[in-house]
Design a protein around this ligand. Structure first.
Ligand code: PEP
Ligand code: MG
Length: 568
């Protein structure tokens, strides 16, 4: 009998195959206490296990890029002194044996990371879980099952897949996967997207309902897993797979084209990045530039505030990699849910509305100056632009510009080169910056709309609160009118507006945003070709008329229905 299960769409695409049920070895953790005189040798056992996993990660045989990225991330986490210190303390101060100390430490780390509001950091919990399994296997001398040798056409079903399970998967054999646990922004989901493999996560307890060997379909667009599909359904999906393959082939030839509408309007299609690895991927995917470089990761991955030289090296490398193409670097957007191990944030009731981003930077001017100096120096090597986040008051922008001008004067004195025409723009992501856009544009060289925050503040809907997730919609006419206002104001001043919030990469919204007058789209690299394809086939004049109709509606649901109909 046919059965359907729904889940979260982790990676789009369709797959038809046979279920491979992946279950992990059951690990019994030794609960016994140890005597204090065996503490040293017990701790040594964990250290040896950690080192053995570290060695495995350092000696990967011909790793793919995804494997290498995970290996680097895990090596960094394994070297975190907090991790080893916690284990050591449990063994030496609490008389716990090596297995129990490791198990408890991993559980605590997973719990801490899972409780964070930031989706990216939250998902690092799965990296800790992964490390926990791997180090425990070493400690217990277990050879883990792996997914590198499977039958062709396998659909993997599992309670969860760790990032290394996903990276080690036999790409020739596996056509898709679905897991009980996991979120959309998990490493596992991101790898599935990079591999272009359909995947579903958050499927409740589906792994307990299947035996393995069943025929199945994954529909990564609708978020459904179909078990024992009918012949008609198989035929329908075979057709969809063939059409998708054809579309992907076509998009391959489009990624490096310029996105010009049928009536001659050139639109930039750029990428959001967090590091140099992301930039490599963006360039491979045909980006016209970078619309958002989130520099906070540079700070979060460091054990102290990164020096001017460390930052300069990264910004210069990124600038040079892009040549003449623009690289918009956002100054430190820390605070809210993004903390730093080495900086104590004040305890606040509403950290998202608190001491964060430009507020912190202007308060701790030395930290801000270090970053600005690195940025201004790197501007000598390409088309770098500076972007200030979370701006509310005009003087926050004016003060930032003043600091940049002071730095330029210092560099002149020191005979250090920089770009004299360096652009400074702002992220429009607060209500104040929308309402005051006409004033901001006097000082800003460009706007970039951060819809993730703009939608949250316009609608007063917390972007991470599941209880009201249904109210968080970029298609709400209030959000669309705000977007249009900001774009119109910038155009009247002869300047431009981009978008670096996730709405820019929502391919259902491309025509709508084009019609609202957006000049630059910046989002996930994987979406670049599709966005360009839509733009190339559209007329801006026609989409403008459509957008006017959309913003005249009353509800997000009405806009979404209209957009869906229009995109057909
Ligand atoms: C935004 O708010 O839309 C944005 C791009 O910034 P972040 O998601 O980093 O807050
Ligand atoms: Mg933001």
């Amino acid at each position: 009998m046919t059965k359907r299960y729904e889940g979260i769409k982790a990676s789009t695409g369709y797959a038809i195959g046979k279920i491979y049920l992946f279950t992990r070895e059951k690990i019994e953790v030794n609960q016994a206490s140890i005597s204090p005189d065996s503490a040293d040798s017990e701790y040594q056992k964990v250290k040896d296990a950690i080192n053995a996993y570290f060695d495995d990660l350092s000696n990967l045989d011909n790793p793919t890029e995804a494997q290498q990225n995970i290996a680097n991330a895990h090596k960094e986490l394994l070297q975190d002194p907090y991790f080893s210190d916690t284990i050591e303390s449990k063994i030496k101060n609490e008389n716990k044996n090596s297995e129990l100390a490791l198990d408890e430490t991993i559980r605590e780390m997973v719990e801490i990371m899972s409780a964070l509001d930031d989706e990216y950091l939250k998902e690092r919990a799965s990296d800790y879980q992964d490390i926990g399994f791997q180090v425990m296997y070493k400690l217990k001398g277990i050879k883990p099952k792996d997914l590198s040798k499977l039958e062709k056409g396998s659909i993997i079903i599992s309670k969860e897949l760790t990032p290394s399970d996903t990276a080690n998967m036999d790409k020739e054999a596996v056509v898709g996967f679905a897991t009980d646990l996991g979120g959309k922004t998990s490493h596992t989901s991101i790898i599935a997207q990079t591999l272009d493999m359909p995947a579903l996560v958050g499927m409740a307890d589906v792994s307990t309902k299947l035996k393995g060997g069943e025929k199945a379909i994954i529909d990564g667009y609708e978020g459904i897993l179909i078990i024992n599909p009918s012949d008609d359904e198989v035929a329908k999906y075979e057709k969809l797979i063939a059409e998708l393959k054809e579309k992907k082939e076509r998009l391959k030839n489009i990624k490096d084209l310029q996105a010009v509408t049928t009536d001659g309007k050139h639109i930039e299609v750029s990428a959001n990045i967090g590091n140099i690895e992301d930039l490599k991927l963006a360039i491979e995917n045909g980006c016209d530039g970078v619309g958002l470089f989130r520099t906070e990761f540079l700070y979060m991955e460091s054990s102290e505030f990164p020096s001017e030289e460390v930052q300069f090296a990264v910004y210069k490398e990124a600038t040079e990699m892009l040549g003449k193409k623009p690289l918009i670097i956002r100054t430190l957007d820390i605070g809210g849910d993004k903390g730093l191990d080495y900086f104590k944030f004040p305890v606040e009731e509403n950290p998202f509305l608190g001491y964060r981003a430009i507020r912190l930077c202007l308060d701790k001017e030395d930290i801000f100056r270090t970053q600005l100096r690195a940025l201004v120096r790197a501007s000598a090597f390409g088309n770098l632009k500076i972007m200030i986040p979370f701006v509310v008051n005009i003087d926050e922008l004016k003060k930032s510009i003043e600091l940049i001008e002071e730095i330029k004067k210092d560099l002149d004195k020191e005979g250090i080169a920089y770009n004299k025409d360096l652009d400074v723009g702002i992220m429009v992501e607060t209500s104040a910056s929308i309402i005051m856009a006409d004033k901001f544009i006097k000082y800003a060289d460009f706007f970039s709309i951060g819809t993730n925050d703009l939608t949250q503040y316009t609608l007063a809907v917390d972007r991470g609160n599941e209880n009201i997730a249904h109210m968080y919609s970029n298609y709400n006419p209030a959000v669309l009118r705000a977007i249009k206002h900001v774009i119109d104001v910038s155009h009247e001043a002869g300047k431009w507006t981009g978008m670096c919030g996730a709405f820019a990469a929502d391919t259902e919204a491309t025509k709508l945003l084009l019609g609202l007058g957006l000049d630059e789209f910046s989002g996930s690299s994987a979406k670049i070709a599709e966005i360009k394809d839509t733009i190339i086939k559209s007329s801006q004049k026609e989409e403008k008329l459509f957008a006017e109709k959309a913003i005249d509606l009353e509800l997000a649901s009405e806009v979404e229905a209209l957009v869906k109909e229009h995109n057909k």
